[in-house]
Design a binder for this molecule. Structure first.
Ligand SMILES: [Mn+2]
Length: 322
């Protein structure tokens, strides 16, 4: 039987026009895999457009792109649509979601519980990042993993593995990183570009959020939140909240951490983190969310007190702490 990567490679060989997209509010893997696939299509002389509802966040403006990342679909004609790193089809944002029924979709993802929304689905939870899937695709198509393609692949894998600190840091992803380095990637330079992107406003936002930290079950579950008012006072956005939950996990004795972030409509987006066998994806699923065993999230509609309480109770239940 043909492997999914072979099928995707065949699809690319026999098709001329593509839209490459990923989830709104993109992280390093979303932007990295979008750019990496674009570089492959460019190397093959294909016609393609890149799309992200949120455009290119400023923190990634150092990345060498194969073309502009469009934040609107107007004027873009394409045949196949690649949707990368999206655990559900809604994550692309409303504009692209509306046209998804009218074009064939290639769904390339590594999230648990992906509903296989594409005409073609390459979904493999064994990959730590979609960036690593795109690297395998480059190998299949015999495109060398050098230069800007290597940087884009590396951006995806290094951010989704927490700089090779999460449980998804597999021998294969370290071997991929080793190959990229042998082929000329300078990890010190690229890591500095990826990491050193914080504004002083972000530090001020974190300072506002930290008093909301509470510990439950003898310190095993840590909770914090960010309100719209905190972001307004400090001139920050949702992107400035992203890493807080990973830092909460550093609390000695904690097994799970949760951060809640208020949305413009008053709902709270939550992110959950754990390590090893502690599965927070199950908890996210209780609230119609999704993600991975050790990193998951979703949305909860309740005031902040109740939202925190529900998540803490669900985590306590799931981790066997009650
Ligand atoms: Mn990813």
């Amino acid at each position: 039987m043909e492997s999914p990567v072979t099928k995707i490679a065949d699809l690319i060989r026999r098709t001329d026009s593509f839209l490459v997209s990923s989830h709104a509010n993109p992280d390093g893997d979303a932007i990295g895999s979008t750019a990496a696939l674009g570089h492959i299509l460019a190397a093959m002389g294909k016609d393609f457009s890149l799309y992200n509802r949120s455009g290119l966040p400023a923190q990634f403006d150092w990345l060498t792109l194969p073309g502009p990342i469009n934040s609107s679909l107007s004027g873009i004609e394409t045949n196949w649509i690649f949707v990368l790193d999206c655990g559900t089809q809604h994550r692309v944002g409303e504009e692209l979601y509306r046209v998804m029924g009218t074009r064939p979709i290639a769904n390339v993802d590594h999230h648990l519980g992906n509903p296989m929304f594409g005409q073609f689905n390459w979904v493999d939870e064994g990959y730590p990042a979609v960036g690593a899937m795109i690297a395998d695709l480059a190998d299949e198509l015999e495109i060398p993993l050098t230069g800007a393609l290597a940087e884009a692949v590396y951006l995806g894998v290094v951010t989704d593995t927490g700089f090779f600190t999460f449980d998804n840091t597999s021998p294969e992803v370290l071997e991929l990183a080793a190959r990229l380095i042998r082929l000329g990637l300078n990890t010190g330079t690229v890591n500095a570009k990826i990491r050193n992107q914080w504004s002083v406003n972000r530090f001020r936002l974190w300072g506002e959020s930290f008093p909301s930290i509470e510990m439950f079950f003898g310190g095993q579950v840590a909770v914090a939140h960010v309100t719209r008012a905190m972001m307004e006072r400090t001139g920050t956005t949702a992107a400035d909240c992203e890493e807080i939950v990973n830092f909460l996990r550093r609390l000695r004795g904690s097994r799970a951490a949760v951060i809640l972030r208020e949305e413009p409509d008053g709902a709270y987006k939550f992110s959950l983190r754990s390590s090893g066998a502690d599965n927070v994806q199950i908890v996210a699923a209780l609230f119609d969310g999704g993600g991975h065993r050790n990193a998951a999230g979703g949305t909860i509609r309740a005031d902040i007190g109740l939202a925190r309480k529900r998540l803490v109770e669900a985590l306590g239940e799931s981790l066997g702490l009650v």
